[in-house]
Design a protein around this ligand. Structure first.
Ligand code: ZN
Length: 392
């Protein structure tokens, strides 16, 4: 689950009570037959709450279960996500199953990474490649004609369901959806970031939706083909960017996996970026990684500088995601990526317990120097083509 607000209210609304009771019932159920009953009741209740804009009640139920009943929390979170991204529709030729998909793209650039409308020619090409390599036979498809930054993605269960419904209606007639660009939030500028194409697939009930649900398909082949066939077209609308296409998948699952992949990608991208703008080999760089705690470990912060001086030039936050905790081997992963990238000196300050600090002026996170103090990044003046880097 994405991070959610916490509510202090003691009493749940009646609908929040019902949905938590059903989730507890499902998690304690003794048979698949009993499961099916609870799941059906939950799906109906969740669908009703999504239709009635009860975002807060759904979050209240999740918050309550997270504190009191971890298994029921997982069941409820799964079923809410399923209710948001999937649906049954009555098409002219019978009932159909739909699923909202996200097609994630990792990107880094020494210039800016666009979030923009997708040209008709690219939509046509993506449609052909998705149907050929990622989706099952006989599906109908809608693509949203916009390349989203994470800040611009639909937020919250209710808003995402509303978006999914529009996409489902377009998918029913195998047509793309035009996204009004006005009203979309501004995109932050980062050296390394994610972009998403959003799609909806619709198949007759009981049919496979994805290529790897067919006997001769696999996720690995689908990913390889997708990268090879769709990569060049997407690269063409992201000039000056290095990109890596991830496997398209159901909306929430693709989003979560992309968030995970983005951390390691940003590390390697930052090494490449600094090599390019400072005209230095990676062996001249020093990277410091330290764990940051708020009661418990919440994130690692990783700073980049030259071995020749103590200035921290750039930093990356590596948040812990999902069920990750102090037992997760984050340092092994960070160390392996930096070694692979050829970084000259890697300092892992795993004995430190730093507290997340931010700049009072600009709100930017502070990053660890080699002595384990949190300091502001200071990037030297470079050419005009830099993404904006905040300096005081
Ligand atoms: Zn600042």
């Amino acid at each position: 689950m994405k991070q959610r607000r916490h509510y202090s209210s003691h009493r749940l609304s009646r609908d929040a009570e019902r949905v938590s009771w059903l989730a507890r019932g499902l998690s304690d159920s003794g048979s698949r037959t009993e499961d099916a009953w609870w799941e059906n009741e939950l799906a109906l209740q969740i669908g009703k709450m999504l239709d009635n804009n009860q975002e807060e009640a759904l979050n209240q139920a999740l918050d309550r279960l997270q504190e009191t009943h971890a298994r029921a929390y997982d069941e409820l979170a799964d079923l809410i996500e399923a209710g948001v991204e999937g649906n049954m529709q009555n098409g002219p030729d019978g009932p159909r199953q739909t699923l909202l998909l996200a097609l994630p793209i990792l990107a880094w650039s020494r210039y800016s990474i666009p979030a923009r409308s997708l040209p008709a020619s690219l939509l046509t090409a993506l449609r052909v490649q998705l149907k050929a390599h990622v989706l099952a036979d006989d599906c109908r498809l809608a693509l949203a004609d916009f390349l989203y930054s994470p800040d611009q993605m639909p937020r919250g269960f209710v808003e995402t369901r509303r978006f999914a419904l529009q996409m489902e209606n377009a998918a029913l007639s195998d047509e793309d959806l035009s996204i009004p660009v006005t009203g979309l939030p501004e995109t932050g500028h980062y050296i390394s970031d994610l972009r998403y194409v959003l799609a909806s697939v619709s198949v007759p009930i009981g049919h496979p939706m994805l290529r790897w649900q067919e006997v001769d398909g696999s996720r690995e082949t689908a990913l390889g083909q997708w990268q090879a066939q769709a990569g060049p077209g997407i690269q063409a609308i992201l000039p000056g960017c290095n990109i890596q296409l991830l496997l398209p998948d159901a909306f929430f699952s693709a989003w979560r996996r992309a968030d995970q992949e983005a951390r390691g990608y940003a590390l390697a991208a930052t090494v490449s970026y600094l090599q390019a703008v400072l005209d230095l080999p990676a062996s001249a760089l020093r990277v410091v990684a330290a764990p940051y705690y708020e009661h418990r470990l919440v994130e690692w912060r990783i700073s980049f500088g030259r071995q020749s001086d103590d200035t921290v030039l750039h930093g990356i936050v590596w948040p812990l995601l999902g069920i990750e905790d102090e037992g997760t081997d984050v340092t092994g992963e960070i160390d392996a990526i930096l070694r692979q990238a050829g970084v000259g000196q890697i300092l892992i300050l795993d004995q430190q317990r730093l507290t997340p600090e931010y700049c009072d002026d600009c709100g930017a996170p502070l990053f660890p120097n080699a002595e384990g103090e949190s300091v502001h990044t200071e990037m030297p003046e470079l050419e005009n083509d830099m993404p904006p880097v905040h300096l005081h």
